[in-house]
Design a protein around this ligand. Structure first.
Ligand code: HEM
Ligand SMILES: *[C@@H]1O[C@H](CO)[C@@H](O)[C@H](O)[C@H]1NC(C)=O
Ligand SMILES: *[C@@H]1O[C@H](CO)[C@@H](O)[C@H](O)[C@H]1NC(C)=O
Ligand SMILES: *[C@@H]1O[C@H](CO)[C@@H](O)[C@H](O)[C@H]1NC(C)=O
Length: 352
């Protein structure tokens, strides 16, 4: 009897543990229904770096609290990495041509530094076993959760790329904010993302900011008729001077919160980009927009699934690529630089 009694609390604790694995502090841990292809795996680092998720989340909780804008920047950075030559961390490389091309021009050095600091933290604990592309994937997942969105597990095991994309590949693979639904669906389909994924992922524009130059054609010379008048009247004077490329919210209803109000914006014709608003104007995607506006749970579930899918595009696994020693450099560049520095040190000490 005494034995049974002492067993009960244990059972209870293991039940709690199980329950806390299944649900996050925020309530629901989303379990998207996706097949993981391309050699990625849930729990990939369970033996080599079991604390990687915790290390990343703890650091980013501080970072995103201090500067919520970084959450949006990191989420966007992950999409730019994955659409151009796959999720291989190429966008993190200082010398990659994609870094200076227009879609990536406005990422701040600080955003890249966050990923590099994460690498330092994680490699200090585990050694050089976790790739920068996996760290970016985890950071994007946490950007969603820590701004109020769904929590979910992401499959890992990406390796970092050692080749740069072609010059101008960024323009071919990414989508301009002036694009309409047909082009958007085509370019997402090229990456294996379907209509539901496309509309869900566009919902990332529920957080973050944009420049007037990204939607100027909707204000000048005349109002895009699919832009609601009061939004137009606010934005037109605000964007009147091209030399001040002012910033505005993508989702003015709740700019820092990951929620479904972006879709409410679209229904009210208050989407910021043509590429946003046209998802409501086009009969193929309108139903999904309305669905997500009415049902945040459905948006969250679809978004989590679609972000996981986006994170599998063109990944390198197993023997491909490498685990970088610095996120902004390929190892061949880094270790060459190291030996050059080493030589400098030797020759300068010889000179003394
Ligand atoms: C149709 C596809 C898309 C287009 C045309 C598009 C375009 C853009 C543009 C033009 C900006 C603002 C840039 C600026 O003015 O500085 C932006 C911002 C942003 N995009 Fe997208 N995007 C698309 C898809 C995505 C996807 C798939 C994600 C992530 C899953 C994403 C996440 C973001 C975020 C979070 C921001 C705010 C960035 C910040 O505040 O720093 N976008 N996007
Ligand atoms: C998961 O997705 C597959 C393929 O899209 C579908 O056949 C299956 O019914 C889905 N399972 C659940 C539990 O929704
Ligand atoms: C890249 O695009 C720019 C602008 O369209 C063009 O002038 C340039 O020649 C292109 N470069 C390459 C290598 O394709
Ligand atoms: C620099 O000097 C150290 C110690 O004297 C030596 O072990 C190392 O190989 C040298 N490095 C180079 C690049 O010459």
């Amino acid at each position: 009897m005494a034995k049974v009694k002492s067993f009960t609390p244990l059972l209870f604790i293991s039940f709690l543990l199980l329950a806390s694995c299944l649900s996050s502090s925020n309530g629901e841990l989303f379990k998207p229904n996706v097949t993981i292809a391309n050699g990625l795996e849930f729990g990939y680092y369970r033996f080599t770096c079991p604390q990687v998720d915790t290390l990343v989340r703890n650091y980013l909780t501080q970072v995103y609290r201090a500067d919520p804008g970084q959450a949006a920047a990191i989420l966007r950075l992950q999409s730019h990495d994955c659409f151009v030559q796959g999720c291989d961390g190429s966008v993190l490389l200082d010398r990659s041509p994609e870094r200076s091309e227009i879609p990536n021009k406005h990422f701040k050095q600080q955003t890249f530094q966050i990923i590099e600091t994460l690498r330092q933290i994680v490699h200090t604990h585990c050694g050089r076993v976790v790739s920068c592309s996996d760290l970016l994937t985890l950071a994007a997942r946490d950007a969603v959760f820590l701004t109020g969105g769904p929590d979910f597990t992401v499959p890992l095991g990406r390796r970092d790329g050692v080749t740069f994309p072609r010059v101008n590949q960024t323009f071919e693979d990414l989508i301009a904010p002036t694009a309409k639904t047909t082009e958007i669906l085509t370019k997402f389909a090229r990456k294996g993302l379907n209509l539901l994924d496309t509309v869900a992922l566009s919902g990332a524009h529920t957080i973050g900011i944009a420049r007037c130059s990204s939607f100027r054609e909707r204000l000048f010379p005349t109002r895009d008729p699919t832009m609601e008048i009061s939004l137009y009247e606010k934005l037109r004077p605000y964007c009147a001077f091209p030399e001040f490329d002012s910033l505005t919210w993508l989702d003015f209803r709740s700019p820092f919160k990951f929620d479904n109000l972006y879709f409410v914006d679209l229904i009210n014709r208050q989407g910021l980009f043509t590429s946003d608003q046209d998802l409501f104007e086009d009969p193929r995607t309108r139903g999904t927009v309305i669905n997500f506006a009415n049902n945040e749970f459905q948006f969250f579930a679809s978004f989590a699934g679609a972000l996981i899918k986006m994170g599998t595009v063109g990944v390198l696994t197993d023997g491909q690529g490498e685990i970088r020693a610095r996120c902004n450099m390929r190892n061949s560049d880094f270790f060459n630089l190291e030996s050059v520095l080493e030589k400098d040190k030797n020759s300068s000490s010889a000179a003394i």
